[in-house]
Design a protein around this ligand. Structure first.
Ligand SMILES: Cc1cc2nc3c(=O)[nH]c(=O)nc-3n(C[C@H](O)[C@H](O)[C@H](O)COP(=O)(O)OP(=O)(O)OC[C@H]3O[C@@H](n4cnc5c(N)ncnc54)[C@H](O)[C@@H]3O)c2cc1C
Length: 602
């Protein structure tokens, strides 16, 4: 491989503000990027900005007619507004902000996407005034407490401290008992991050560690930030424009069926050919070692099925274990004897456990009073509305629904008198509270009726409002939680697997340490690491925010996990009390005592 240092991590301004020098070999490189999601776009960005490869040498191959992948948001003239998801984001998405500080907004080329986001969230910070409802739209008054009893607190601490290796193939239900599942903590956690009880305990631990600094912002979402519009308009389009302005070649409607490798020498694996399907024709693209290939292996929105106001999604074409991204990955994985290309079947073979469903409910002003009553804000103010999801606790044993309204209009061209609600359910296979059908079999109208019932619309008005005052699109996503499937070492390929010469894996199913999947940041980080590795870019990749190593954050988190009580007030038996007393005596007049006081633990 061409010279330079191998990729390394750094923290702090010195590396963050420096510009790497152009690698001497940059001009002879070209790149094929499979997938126009955030991961692929980020790889293209770092190739252009930091590796300084010519834009015209970079080709993004996307199977869909539109880019953005999971980060969607568009208006379909036949169906209506479609957003499969909405993104809760963090100030410590280090790679994301490294990218967006240099990407101009579409509205003002002098303002970066980061600045727009920063100013907006300063002026209009996010927080929720009602996190959960019960009894059809009454506040569940969950407050700020986690209601973890002593047993549940211990289980949580134990998980926090367990090694990755010991959590291999364990489910969340393997490490917690019913005490934990009854707590507010689980309600907040599950609905915010879309974990299921059968999801990976390892993944949950990684989340706990990664966001330990946000624990106090968990109950009311004051930890979160959102973009002005849906993320397709606020994030994908500006990034695509930046890349197009730099000459990057975007090819839509091109499905990559296979990447062919020469793996005869396991220490020198080379991608030699792409097999692509374009306009129903199979074509081959030959590669040399200077052609880099970036592969998004697996996608959480693979095989999504859409429904509309009057139609349930057609699920008949879903084939468990299959989908464009997983099929491609399976073909790739079968080509090396040393298992370094991962095990796609671990993630895509359990649709029952990995699916859930969302809906975009486009409503007129008849629904506004019911919305206002719950979230205590006006959806037409242009500011934060619900401030994060509101979970309908009464639906816990049914669809397990939550809904949210982000700043309106969510779309730049959205009519002023329309409000877009994003609604989602973790259980698609059981009857609803009002609509006694499985969610996955429901039309958009029926889903809107269920939502209206849960927010307290009088029953005699539901039919009329759902028929004449809303338009709904729905998305069934069979693999949306696929990355949460219990897994072990080697199931996800490393971004640059051992021996890889000219290729890297990207996205939610590529392995990087410490960061958490199901985030924009994770995908973007794989894009940066892939480019810095393959191009030997001589600048540090920002390390994943390390609050788990910050004793101040850990003590603060303990205070909140105890529902804002001093350690001396926690329930303890006489022996524990005696030990604590002795420990506090030992730390008297030390920095430790100071820290304990600052975190309010004593
Ligand atoms: C409902 C939902 C809610 C979310 N909530 C949050 C959140 O709150 N916070 C947060 O940070 N993140 C959230 N995310 C996650 C975030 O949006 C994704 O992790 C990220 O956008 C994934 O980007 P990616 O590039 O890795 O993959 P994708 O976006 O899946 O992109 C993969 C691309 O590859 C294409 N492709 C697949 N196979 C092939 C092939 N064979 N040939 C050519 N092209 C192919 C696909 O069409 C797609 O465009 C959410 C996502 C969803 C869907």
């Amino acid at each position: 491989m061409d010279g330079g240092k191998t990729m390394y991590y750094s923290a702090g301004n010195y590396e963050a503000f420096a510009h790497p020098q152009k690698p001497s070999y940059a001009d002879k490189k070209s790149a094929y990027i499979i997938g126009d999601g955030l991961a692929g776009l980020t790889a293209a960005f770092f190739l252009v900005r930091d590796a300084q490869v010519k834009g015209s040498h970079i080709h993004i191959l996307e199977k869909d007619p539109l880019g953005g992948g999971a980060c969607d948001g568009y208006f379909d003239p036949k169906m209506g507004y479609i957003m499969r998801g909405g993104r809760e984001m963090d100030n410590h998405f280090e790679v994301m902000w490294d990218v967006y500080r240099d990407v101009p907004t579409l509205d003002n080329p002098d303002v970066s996407v980061l600045d727009e986001y920063y100013w907006l969230n300063k002026k209009d910070p996010n927080y929720s005034l009602c996190r959960a409802t019960i009894n059809r739209g009454e506040s569940a008054n969950t407050g700020l407490d986690f209601t973890l009893d002593k047993k549940a607190q211990r289980e949580l601490l134990k998980l926090f401290l367990t090694t990755d290796e010991d959590l291999a193939y364990k489910k969340i239900s393997d490490v917690f008992t019913s005490h934990f599942f009854k707590s507010n903590f689980w309600l907040y956690w599950q609905t915010m991050f879309a974990f299921q009880e059968t999801s990976s305990a390892l993944e949950m631990k990684l989340y706990l560690q990664r966001y330990v600094h946000h624990i106090d912002g968990l109950p009311d979402f004051s930890a979160l930030r959102f973009t002005r519009y849906n993320q397709y308009e606020s994030m994908i389009l500006p990034l695509e424009k930046y890349l197009k302005d730099h000459g990057v070649d975007f090819q839509y409607g091109v499905e990559v069926k296979d990447v062919v490798f020469d793996t005869t020498n396991l220490d020198h694996k080379v991608a030699t050919k792409l097999v692509v399907s374009k306009d129903d024709n199979l074509e081959e693209i030959s590669l040399v070692e200077d052609d880099l290939v970036f592969i998004t292996n697996g996608s959480c929105v693979d095989s999504s099925c859409y429904g509309d106001q009057n139609h349930a999604p057609d699920l008949s074409k879903i084939k468990e274990g299959h989908g464009s991204s997983f099929d491609m990955w399976k073909r790739i994985a079968s080509q090396t004897k040393d298992n370094t290309f991962g095990h796609p079947e671990v993630f895509c073979s359990n649709i029952k456990g990995t699916n859930w469903m969302s809906a975009t409910i486009d409503c007129d002003d008849e629904l506004v009073p019911y919305i206002k009553k719950i979230c205590k804000r006006d959806p037409h103010s242009g500011k934060v509305v619900t401030g994060g999801i509101i979970t309908a606790k009464d639906s816990w044993d049914n669809w397990r629904c939550s809904w949210t309204i982000n700043r309106q209009g969510q779309f730049k061209n959205q009519p002023k008198d329309r409000t877009l609600v994003w609604f989602y359910s973790l259980h698609t296979d059981v009857p609803g509270n009002y609509i006694k059908k499985k969610m996955k079999e429901c039309t958009g109208k029926e889903i809107a009726m269920e939502w209206m019932y849960l927010i307290g619309v009088p029953e005699d008005k539901i039919e009329e409002l759902a028929s004449k005052h809303v338009n709904v699109t729905t998305a069934y996503m069979p693999y949306i939680d696929a990355f949460f499937e219990p897994r072990g070492e080697g199931d996800r390929p490393y971004v640059v697997p051992k021996g890889a010469v000219n290729f890297a894996f990207l996205g939610q199913f590529a392995e990087i340490k410490h960061d958490t999947i199901f985030t924009t940041e994770y995908s973007m980080r794989t894009g940066m690491e892939a480019v810095y590795n393959l191009m030997n870019v001589d600048r540090g990749v920002p390390e994943v925010w390390g609050s788990r190593y910050d004793v101040r954050e850990l003590l603060r988190a303990t205070y909140y996990a105890l529902d804002r009580k001093k350690i001396t007030e926690a329930k303890m038996n006489p022996v524990e009390k005696a030990i604590l007393k002795k420990a506090l005596k030992l730390v008297k007049n030390t920095e430790i005592e100071k820290l304990l006081k600052e975190s309010k633990l004593i």
